[in-house]
Structures are given as structure tokens and as C-alpha cells.
Ligand binder design. Sequence first.
Ligand code: BEZ
Length: 353
Amino acid sequence: MAELREVQITEEKPLLPGQTPEVAKTHSVETPYGSVTFTVYGTPKPKRPAILTYHDVGLNYKSCFQPLFQFADMQEIIQNFVRVHVDAPGMEEGAPVFPLGYQYPSLDQLADMIPCILQYLNFSTIIGIGVGAGAYVLSRYALTHPDTVEGLVLINIDPNAKGWMDWAAHKLTGLTSSISEMILGHLFSQEELSGNSELIQKYRNIIAHAPNLDNIELYWNSYNNRRDLNFVRGGDTTLKCPVMLVVGDQAPHEDAVVECNSKLDPTQTSFLKVSNPIPHSPGKLTEAFKYFLQGMGYMASSCMTRLSRSRTASLTSAASIDGNRSRSRTLSQSSESGTLSSGPPGHTMEVSC
Ligand code: BEZ
């Protein structure tokens, strides 16, 4: 059994009216691939999975998920679940820089650390939310431990290994760009980067001046050396649980996510396109996550706000009008009109937001 260290941290968090403070506890657990740190919010709820998140390269759990998990509408959802936010090794706040020559875990090994976390917490099942590299890690975990994953929200996933063309482009970019610029190019679209908004400036600054930039580079290298997930629709190598694939419009990974959608079970997979950068425009993602949980039987419409209930009613009727649940469901959001459309391709139902 893994050796355990525990650090208790009570975090400051803006509260909404009527909310009681939730204590966040940060733990570290030793695994065959080194130590991993994770932060638990809330208390376990009987007969409910934990929500487990895994962040992208260049970020940690807070910079990746705080905008989503502290979004006001998200509160009525997450209060029903305990949350486990994993920091990839060396990405936790205050992490020391790994010594020269340190062998950073591969993404597959990062996935293999997750059972140690769940065993430590005595949690049997999860709903995973992963972004980029984190989405890959959670998918790999789901392939090897399908019985413990009740659902997955995969944001900007690229399930493919880099081909030689990608490597050539990567090497060329590496000649002229710093690691932090390359990571920014992974996190944001070219349009966003050239727009240089306050948000981009903030992330450019955070990553370029990160005291653990050397650790970040190691996670980045593991991401670039990932194996192909080899999803095969109807084959053995496929995700068995409900999956919500999310991609930002103009995101660098759009084609990869579309291809991933084509390889997963259409009866279990929904595809959602939202405006970028995703975790910073959490409204539509929150709403789609509610539907996703509801589909899994976890968010009774009585738990929802009146507005959400009316939207859900529209959505449910869309599915029954179509009368065919064996096709992939597409949820697409138009940023201009502020509408959320739902239903299988070719049959779109609009629900105004
Ligand atoms: C949470 O409530 O789960 C949470 C709070 C702050 C940052 C990330 C997650």
C-alpha cells in the first residue's frame, strides 16, 4: 500500500449568498511512479461517484478548474459530489523543481497513479473531467479501469500520438519559440494569442515566470510523447462509459476531437462545441454538464433551478421527438446567438440560454 503524507489546507474561496464554507484538504500519496498531490473539496456522498479532475499542461488544478468550479451555476451541481482535483507531479503550488535527469512519468504512468489516490480515499467510482493532457490521462485510466469510471468529460482531447509530420512541425516551432510560447499554442488558438487579451497576458505571464517551468517542460514532453489511445468504435479499446467531448471553437484540437467522436460509441457520446477558452466561459459547459449528469441519473430535475428545469424539459422532448437514441448526440453552442442546441446531427433542438 502506498506511503501517505497529508497536508491540511483551508482555502479562501468566495462564497455565494447562503453558502457555507467548504474545506479543501490537500494530500500527497506515494505511488510506484513517485508522489502525487491532490486536493479534496466537499465530503463523500453516499452512492455517488467522486468528481475527479485532471488539468492540462502549463496549469495546475486551480488555474485550470477554478473558473469552472467557482462559477455560480456550478454550485448546485458540485455540492452533490465530493471533488478530487489531481495536480500532475511537480505542478502543485510550491512544488520544488525536479533534479536534473529526473524521469518524469509518461501519461500512461500518470494514469496508473490514479488507483493509489482512489484507494487512499476509499472511493470506488469517479466521474472524470480532464482538459488536454489531463483528458488523455483520464481516458487511459478509463481504458484500464472501466468499472471505476461512471462518466467522462473530455475537453480538447487529442487521443493520437504525434505523427512524424507533427514532430517535424514541433521541432521547427521549437527552434524559434520558447517552451512557454509552445504551451500557450497548445492551450489557446492563434486568434486568441494574437488578440493578446488580458486573459492571454495573464497566462503568458503565469507560464513564462512559473518557478516550476522546468517541471512543466517535463509534463509537456510526456504529453508530446503520448501513445495513440487507439480508440476503435465497437472494438475492445473503447470507452465504455458515457462521454461528453468538449471542444472550443477555433481550438487547436478541433479536428482531433471530431475524429475522437467518430471513434467512440455514438450511443454513449455527446459532442459539445463552445466558445474558447473553455474553462473561462463556463456557462454552457455547466449547463451541458448538468444534462450529462442527469442522463446518468444523478441530477433529478427537482434539484435544478426553475430555468434549468425548463431547459431540460425542452432537451428531453427533443430526444423523444427524435425517438432514436442510437445515434450520437451533438450539443453545439453558438456564441453569437447565445443558444444551446441539442439532439442528434440533422435534428437540432434549440434551447435559449
Ligand atoms: C471545488 O469547489 O471543487 C473547487 C474550488 C476551487 C478550485 C477548484 C475546485
